[in-house]
Design a protein around this ligand. Structure first.
Ligand SMILES: Nc1ncnc2c1ncn2[C@@H]1O[C@H](COP(=O)(O)OP(=O)(O)OP(=O)(O)O)[C@@H](O)[C@H]1O
Length: 228
């Protein structure tokens, strides 16, 4: 397929970002095609979360350009690494709160709650956020990200602290969203094996000047390696 035929939901062009004198990325380029899962893999501290925060606009690049096809907030779902759930709400109230922010009606919110409950195997919906486990909170946070049915889904380590069987279910669910509903997913993870098992069109990318090739165990000065 020639490049002009591919539709991109996200393009990052020649991006630079530093904290003080620490360069996080230097001339990063990234193209995320519509209806794909794009994985950001890399060692702790290499800049994955920084890149996601720049994509959704809560942090700014020093220079370079980010083009998102999504024009409205409701077209994007973001799950941060540090969960920002209100501890005094129940799980159900949390979904109702975010659903209201996204202007969803009550009936629609309830339909999505049932769907997400089945997909993410949530605990009792009347449980307070402060009383549920870390893995359960992560699942609620993933649910909040998916609640309004966004086209572009940006997930920062969504499966950390979740048991292997459920992690696999979540990967299967994400794959279905891409294959059946043409969602576009950008995800950071340390679980490369699961991504492969889920048969995702997965990319190996470090948002720095080096990329790690798991097949040959080598680092190379390439940012975007393309589909495996
Ligand atoms: N607000 C900040 N001020 C200064 N340095 C920061 C800030 N946020 C991140 N950093 C540094 O920038 C680098 C990239 O951080 P980032 O959180 O993006 O990495 P990461 O790849 O997501 O790591 P992890 O896999 O551990 O989540 C790290 O060295 C981190 O210490």
């Amino acid at each position: 397929m020639i490049d002009e035929e591919i539709q991109y939901d996200v393009k990052v062009i020649n991006a630079f970002k530093r904290y003080g004198d620490h360069n996080v990325f230097n001339g990063l380029n990234m193209n995320v095609s519509s209806g794909s899962i794009y994985g950001l893999l890399g060692p702790s501290g290499c800049g994955k979360s920084t890149l996601l925060q720049c994509l959704i606009g809560i942090m700014e690049l020093d220079s370079g350009q980010i083009d998102l096809k999504a024009k409205h907030l409701k077209d994007v779902g973001y799950m941060p690494q540090n969960l920002c759930l209100e501890s005094t709400l129940t799980i159900k109230e949390t979904f109702e709160y975010y659903g209201t922010i996204y202007n969803m009606d009550k009936k629609n919110i309830n339909i999505k709650i049932d769907e997400l409950n089945a997909f993410l195997q949530l605990p009792n919906l009347n449980s307070l956020i402060k009383d549920i486990s870390g893995g359960q909170s992560r699942r609620v946070s993933l649910g909040v990200c998916l609640l309004h049915n966004p086209k572009l889904i940006i997930l920062d380590e969504p499966t950390v602290g979740i048991d292997p069987l459920l992690r696999q279910e979540i990967w299967n669910g994400l794959t279905t969203m891409v294959e059946k509903h043409r969602k576009t997913i950008i995800i950071t993870t340390h679980y490369i094996e699961e991504a492969n098992l889920a048969n995702c069109s997965f990319y190996l990318t470090l948002p720095v000047r080096l990329s790690y090739d798991y097949a040959s165990s080598t680092l190379s000065p390439v940012v975007d390696l393309g589909p495996r």
